[in-house]
Design a protein around this ligand. Structure first.
Ligand SMILES: [Zn+2]
Length: 225
């Protein structure tokens, strides 16, 4: 890969067009309570979007577009270059090739204020019938919570550019932009086929940190440090 020469920091605003459900593990299901509640930040009690969830959906959108049924582990294609190659025993000890870092996303201050006024727990509670597919009758009422439409999250991600990527930076960025576009036409979280999780992204900030220049200035490359 060569030296790390640049880190591109991208901030986007993600707006929910429909209610969103990103749930934790099934261990959290409580009988008589909400079926598998949405993930919340333990400090604020408000919902957030784990970086791993967003990273997963960005990657799988590209994999599906390319006709891949499983996560690619070639280590050479642009998807592996951005998102890293799927783990296997042989490469376990090699330094990670993942170029992207997707941070956890939190509600914007404006959305927090609105939510605090109308929904103190940051989620709406929704009851849905589950349908018996053979008889066509409704069998049981399940209770879900979801983050309401209109909420906005700030998305932060970083893309690392190495020496070997010098001529491919634009390709990496184009692939990443395509992934975001595909997610807009698809959904995130669960219940997508029932209309949940439709989102739009708007770019807020694009910053480049010139690592190579900084390293040169500080003479780190000459072994003074
Ligand atoms: Zn690959």
């Amino acid at each position: 890969m060569g030296k790390l020469i640049k880190i591109i920091n991208i901030t986007k605003l993600m707006k929910l067009k429909t209610g969103l459900r990103i749930v934790g593990s099934d261990d959290e299901i409580k009988i008589g309570g909400i079926d598998n509640p949405v993930i919340k930040d333990p400090l604020t009690g408000l919902p957030y979007i784990p970086g791993s969830s967003l990273k997963g959906v960005l990657r799988s959108s590209l994999e599906i577009a390319r006709g891949k049924e499983e996560v690619c582990s070639c280590g050479e294609c642009i998807i592996c270059k951005i998102f890293g190659k799927a783990n296997n025993k042989e490469t376990e000890n090699l330094r990670s090739h993942t170029r992207i870092i997707v941070r956890d996303s939190f509600l914007t201050e404006k959305s927090k204020m609105i939510l605090n006024e109308i929904l103190p727990f940051g989620v709406e509670i929704k009851k849905e019938n589950s349908i018996d597919r053979i008889k066509g009758t409704s069998t049981s009422l399940r209770t879900f919570d979801r983050i309401p439409a209109g909420c906005e999250f700030e998305i932060n991600l970083a893309l690392k550019i190495f020496e070997e990527d010098k001529d491919k930076e634009e390709d990496l960025l184009n692939a990443l932009n395509l992934a975001f576009k595909l997610v807009e036409y698809n959904y995130i979280g669960s219940g997508g086929s029932r209309g949940y999780g439709q989102v739009t992204f708007t770019e807020l900030k694009y910053e480049e940190f010139d690592v190579a220049k900084k390293v040169k200035e500080l003479s780190i490359d000459r072994g003074n440090l």
